[in-house]
Design a protein around this ligand. Structure first.
Ligand code: XLS
Ligand code: NI
Ligand code: NI
Length: 433
């Protein structure tokens, strides 16, 4: 045991009336919602990077967090892992997620990176076995080190492509060894700052080829988990290729990978793309590529990916509504890709941020389940499209322009507009919150 979380109790469910800050009001892991325990619906994961590797910097100032495990040694990395697993247990999160660079010291070259990674994978395997906490997904950090400043797979230098491919292989190996249930690729710096120096065609083909190699390696290794791409429209590069779910789907089609890769959809990235979270979730469901979510929240004034902890229950209810409509998570889950504000220095801030996020997700899930159970929203949606279920409606889609024109004339089709009833439906949603 480290003493980082000294004095902080294990967080238990105490119900909505509890006055205890260190308790769940809505998240009762064992409570059954729509035939499934809440813990199995939500499949919570904590993110190593924001909670344990991020020092609290912003564009105007450096580290505000002074954690005893900061430092590029194996001993420091082991202390970081000890503290991380203590947090997972305090919260009762069943899963965690990492980038290689979050959990191993940075080496001088690829060989040293790999050695450090392997040492830490062995250590994490022991921690997983001792606690029962599992790996939701692993990923490679191909964006922080200066070698990746012009991208990883999309880099103009083939040496960086090679370094990236080799690093992905070691991170997939680490994920597989730790029993990870998914492997994630977020675009990092796969995009561009200016077209003046960018060959977009080459860069897209390089990215497509890298993804084919990843899928190929997954099959070679017999990995049963999902390969997930995490779309984001900008930041760190001005324009990222994996803009949003629909754009990534086009990319997957182009490279013959639409049956192989699913989406990891992040709330804040959806907002940056000018969508709502539920839009991205619904799009992935309709395209058959829904996989997992990164749960967080952007500051709506700042226009950055602020990665705040989620706390807006009405938004989350609509998000989990789409998750439930997609049939829920299979290998995916709810990963808190969220960080503290840089003034939130204390160990208890880290715990309470997650407690609030988990409770907000649980409240959102319960509201979503009630909306689905009641069926009023779906009944209203079905009624709106009922015309398409008639023989006439169905016939239209297998007809052609000549026949349809004749039909419009014959049947004197002269449609009268009907209300979309938006306010009525919004009122209905608020009744479940
Ligand atoms: C950054 C991304 C990143 C991914 C993992 O904006 O959200 O944290 O989730 O590389
Ligand atoms: Ni993310
Ligand atoms: Ni993000």
């Amino acid at each position: 045991m480290t003493d980082f979380f000294k004095g902080i109790p294990l967080i238990k469910f105490e119900g909505p009336k509890s006055d205890n800050d260190f308790a769940f009001r809505h998240y009762d892991a064992e409570e059954v919602v729509m035939g499934k325990k809440m813990k199995d619906h939500l499949r919570f994961a904590a993110a190593y990077w924001h909670s344990f590797a991020w020092p609290g910097g912003d564009p105007f100032g450096g580290a505000t967090f002074e954690r005893p495990w900061f430092g590029d040694t194996i001993d420091a990395a082991k202390m970081k892992a000890d503290v991380a697993f203590e947090m997972f247990q305090i919260l009762g999160v069943p899963y965690y997620c990492f980038h290689d660079a979050d959990m191993r010291p940075e080496g001088a070259d690829f060989r040293e990176n790999t050695r450090n990674l392997e040492t830490m994978v062995d250590y994490l395997a022991e921690k997983q076995a001792a606690t029962g906490v599992k790996l939701l997904w692993g990923t490679a950090n191909l964006f922080s080190h200066r070698r990746f400043m012009s991208g990883a797979a999309t880099n103009p230098d083939p040496g960086v492509f090679a370094f990236s491919a080799a690093t992905i292989k070691t991170c997939m190996d680490a994920t597989i060894k730790l029993g990870g249930e998914n492997y994630v690729l977020w675009g990092g710096r796969e995009g561009y700052e200016t077209l003046l120096n960018t060959d977009m065609g080459r860069e897209r083909r390089q990215a497509g080829r890298m993804l084919q190699m990843v899928v190929d390696y997954k099959h070679k290794m017999g990995f049963k988990g999902a390969i997930l791409i995490e779309p984001k429209p900008q930041e760190p590069t001005k324009h990222q290729y994996d803009y949003d779910v629909a754009t990534v789907y086009g990319f997957l089609k182009e490279f013959g990978l639409e049956g192989e890769v699913q989406m990891n959809i992040e709330q804040g990235h959806a907002i940056l793309a000018g969508h709502s979270f539920e839009h991205e979730l619904a799009m992935a469901r309709e395209l058959g590529i829904f996989g997992s979510i990164d749960m967080n929240r952007n500051d709506y004034q700042s226009g950055w990916d602020t990665d705040q902890f989620p706390n807006n229950v009405p938004e989350m209810a609509l998000a989990y509504y789409e998750v439930l409509r997609a049939g829920g998570f299979k290998t995916g889950g709810t990963n808190f890709d969220a960080k503290l504000r840089r003034q939130s220095l204390d160990a208890e801030d880290l715990i309470l941020a997650h407690v609030g996020g988990m409770d907000a997700c649980a409240a959102g899930l319960k509201a979503a389940a009630a909306m689905l159970d009641d069926g009023k929203l779906e009944a209203a949606r079905d009624a709106r499209y009922a015309g398409w279920d008639t023989a006439d409606g169905k016939g239209l889609l297998s007809s052609d322009l000549n026949a349809i024109t004749a039909k419009v004339l014959n049947d004197q089709i002269n449609p009268a507009p009907r209300s979309g009833r938006q306010e009525r439906l919004e009122n209905l949603v608020n009744r479940y919150l």
